[in-house]
Design a binder for this molecule. Structure first.
Ligand code: 13P
Length: 250
């Protein structure tokens, strides 16, 4: 019922030439659009080039956006600017942005609203640290992040939103969460959406798991009832590996 998603987050990797090489290598090897949303979230400076050359089965996303329409924000990119590149998605609230660039639950909420107002589909990230998991605070953290992220967002927007559960301890560590642990957290997020909106809304929204997903671990994760796909860092950088992830996700 929910179309699966495989989203690569390249983070601060790949020059324009490397990115184009990747795009050409994957273009005719991905599942059809009606089977899977295959997405690459790339650095802002190459987005327009990728949108022009992405082919039929790949979608392009950004990794960040500012919430203001314009103004004195040196180095930032507005939602309208991003929109004119032709990208469809934007990652919002990645834990690396929260940790290194002072993003808060409040700015995440502002960015989501700004993205939606400019026809960009947010991929909203949430997830707990190792300390929070070990002290039994996972649900508390997810409830705070999700409740604040969705403040003022109406249910009509939900079909344009993807949520990504990314436990911080699993990102870039090779320590993938167990299938059951990842499913439990995604199920909990689904129950929060039911509480904030409605049970049909919760059934329909797509929730991804992210954190050391690889071609090896993807099938087990995708088999879980609450997991609709992956947000993948390291394993999305090589074309062969991304092709394998996408094909295993359908
Ligand atoms: P890795 O897949 O490299 O652990 O990164 C996950 C991530 O942060 C995706 O947004």
């Amino acid at each position: 019922m929910r179309k699966p998603v495989m989203a690569g987050n390249w983070k601060m990797n790949k020059t324009r030439d490397e990115a184009l090489e990747f795009i050409y290598a994957v273009s005719d090897k991905l599942p059809a659009q009606n089977q899977l949303d295959s997405i690459i979230c790339a650095p802002a400076i190459i987005l327009r080039d990728l949108v022009k050359r992405k082919g039929n089965s790949l979608k392009i996303g950004a990794q960040n956006v500012h919430f203001a329409e314009s103004g004195a924000y040196t180095g930032e990119i507005s939602p309208a600017m991003l929109s004119t590149t032709g990208v469809e998605y934007v990652i919002i609230g990645h834990s690396e942005r929260r940790a290194y660039f002072n993003e808060t639950d409040e700015t995440v909420n502002l960015k989501i609203k700004a993205a939606l107002a400019n026809d960009l589909k947010p991929i909203i990230c949430c997830g707990e640290s190792l300390e929070e998991r070990e002290t039994g605070k996972t649900h508390e953290v997810l409830e705070r992040q999700i409740t604040k992220a969705f403040e003022g967002i109406t249910s009509e927007n939900l079909s344009n939103i993807i949520i990504a559960y990314e436990p911080i301890w699993a990102i870039g560590t090779g320590k993938v969460a167990s299938d059951e642990m990842a499913d439990e957290a995604c199920g909990y997020i689904r129950s929060l959406i039911a509480k904030l909106y409605c049970s049909l809304c919760a059934e329909e929204i797509r929730i991804l798991y992210g954190g050391s997903v690889s071609p090896k671990s993807v099938s087990g994760l995708m088999a879980q009832p609450n997991i609709d796909g992956g947000l993948v860092g390291g394993a999305s950088l090589k074309s062969d590996s991304f092709i394998e992830l996408c094909n295993k996700a359908v």
